[in-house]
Write a protein that binds this ligand. Structure first.
Ligand code: CTP
Length: 479
């Protein structure tokens, strides 16, 4: 099979071809670009392997591209990257690699294309297409990557124990590609992951997290987590999630498997939303359950306060995994903390005030919280699922109605601290905070509308109870 016309569809390849011929260097496009071409998923990132100096080739290519081309050279690694507009090409010299057990950093020697293909992670990522004019478009596929692509198989070109021990991050990559492409991991390759799981210790948490994020972003993250579980990577990377596995029985009554439930919730969220952090919220929503599990004579299995306990577990988990500790963590915490609230508001008799409080606590994340809660219904009982779904639909209507009326999502106190100081001619003090909280509670409880004048009158009345006298020029103190 020749891929000349596919190469020519991208203006970069004829330029690369000319550059390589001029330098007399053997040159190939390799790896992910070739894989994605054969899968019919065009990609922009091009990896080029050169039998000789990748840096020399990169410099000549950048010159050929002319003005606006930008080159970054990494001499230590013998690699270079050239960019211009949408063009992004990475160059490397073909190499042989050998590894020390303690490190991911290989000892590198110059090699042939065949040496280079052997050192790659999977057969489907080890295919190359020649760019020199004499063999332009010729596929070089020594490990039958095409066949594996057609059969949907992830396997290593060499003995998998060597491939994974050399670079243990490839174990996470195997899960990622299998999940993203809907492929199976060959049992020999999967078994080698199980044998080499401990080698993950030499991988930095940042790189592990990067792969985990990629698995979480696929269309089927639940399958990724299941694959991680089957080979021991889950215990290694996410022990708190692995701890959710299993079912305990007491008096013949078993609770449901929290891990299996979590995977369903995660998939439910992934089917409804691309938001990575909402997906993490689904993954962690019940992480507090193993720690809070108790048998109660009246209620059976209970997980008292598991949302709060789960929320508290998140900072150490995010820190260990090097996941971001700012807004993203705050959001996941909020979702885990609040995930039980909507279900309790589905009652007929629920008050507007309870709904306002949920709107206040969830703020602009209310819609995401509802997606999480709707996905949290995983019962096998169809009638029950339908009932919950209807209840949630009604709750969504109520949330909309009250939000339109009271505008609680982005709550800003209608009377602020400065206005209160002026109204009573007082310096900053705790009383101001108390008055502001009283105003907020009065609005959420429906005692007063969310409006400035009503809030001001309320403050004056409440301040009188505290023996605070209004300033003489009260009328001119409006903010
Ligand atoms: N590679 C490898 N081992 C790794 C990382 C990468 O053997 N740990 C090789 C593979 O041949 C891979 C190529 O380097 O195809 C490029 O790697 P990368 O850009 O990380 O992945 P892609 O395969 O291009 O896939 P994607 O861009 O979708 O991540």
């Amino acid at each position: 099979m020749n891929y000349k016309s596919e190469l020519n569809a991208n203006k970069v390849f004829p330029i690369l071809s000319k550059t390589a011929d001029n330098l007399g260097l053997e040159c190939y496009v390799v790896g992910g670009w070739v894989r994605d071409l054969l899968l019919g998923r065009p990609s922009e990132d091009i990896d080029v392997v050169v039998v000789g100096s990748g840096i020399e080739m990169a410099e000549a290519f950048a010159k050929e591209l002319g003005r606006g081309a930008y080159i970054a050279v990494f001499r230590n690694f013998g690699t270079a990257q050239v960019r211009k507009g949408k063009i992004d090409v990475e160059f490397v010299g073909a190499r042989k690699e050998s590894y020390h057990r303690e490190s991911r950093k290989p000892i590198v020697e110059d090699g042939t294309l065949a040496d280079d293909q052997c050192r790659r992670d999977f057969t489907v990522n080890a295919m190359a297409i020649c760019l020199n004019s004499s063999r332009y478009g010729e596929l070089v596929d020594p490990f039958n990557g095409v066949e594996d692509l057609q059969s949907g198989i992830i396997r290593t070109p060499l003995d998998p124990d060597i491939t994974f021990s050399d670079d243990p991050l490839r174990m996470m990559r195997a899960i990622r590609f299998a999940t993203r492409l809907g492929f199976s991991i060959l049992s020999d390759t999967y078994g080698a992951i199980r044998r080499n799981v401990e080698r993950m210790d030499i991988i930095s948490s940042e790189r592990t997290a990067e792969e985990l994020n990629k698995i979480m972003r696929t269309a089927t993250p639940s399958r990724g987590l299941m694959l991680m579980d089957g080979c021991g990577l889950l215990d290694k990377v996410l022990p708190e999630i692995a701890a959710m596995k299993g079912v305990q029985k007491y008096n013949e009554r078993a609770h449901k498997d929290i891990f299996a439930h979590t995977l369903k919730v995660l998939q439910g969220v992934a089917d409804r939303s691309d938001d990575l952090w909402l997906r993490y919220a689904a993954l962690f929503h019940d992480v507090g359950k193993p720690k809070t599990k108790q048998w109660d004579e009246t209620h059976g299995w209970i997980f008292y306060n598991h949302n709060f306990v789960g929320m508290k577990m998140l900072t150490p988990i995010f820190r260990r995994l090097h996941l971001p500790l700012g807004e993203e963590l705050k959001f996941v915490k909020k979702m885990v903390d609040l995930h039980m609230r909507p279900i309790n508001l589905c009652d007929e008799g629920v008050t507007d005030s309870a709904i306002r409080r949920l709107l206040f606590d969830a703020g602009d994340d209310i819609d995401k919280l509802m997606i999480l809660c709707e996905s949290d219904i995983t019962s096998a009982n169809r009638e029950k699922v339908e009932r919950f779904a209807n209840n949630y639909q009604l709750l969504r209507l109520k949330l909309k109605e009250i939000e339109e009326k009271d505008r609680i999502r982005n709550f800003q106190p209608p009377v602020d601290g400065i206005e209160i100081m002026r109204m009573f001619n007082i310096p900053p003090c705790a009383t101001i905070g108390e008055l502001k909280t009283a105003v907020k509670d009065a609005i959420l409880d429906g005692v007063i509308p969310n409006e400035h004048d009503a809030a001001r009158d309320f403050v004056i009345a409440r301040a009188a109870e505290l023996n605070l006298k209004p300033a003489e020029n009260l009328d001119s103190t409006i903010n």
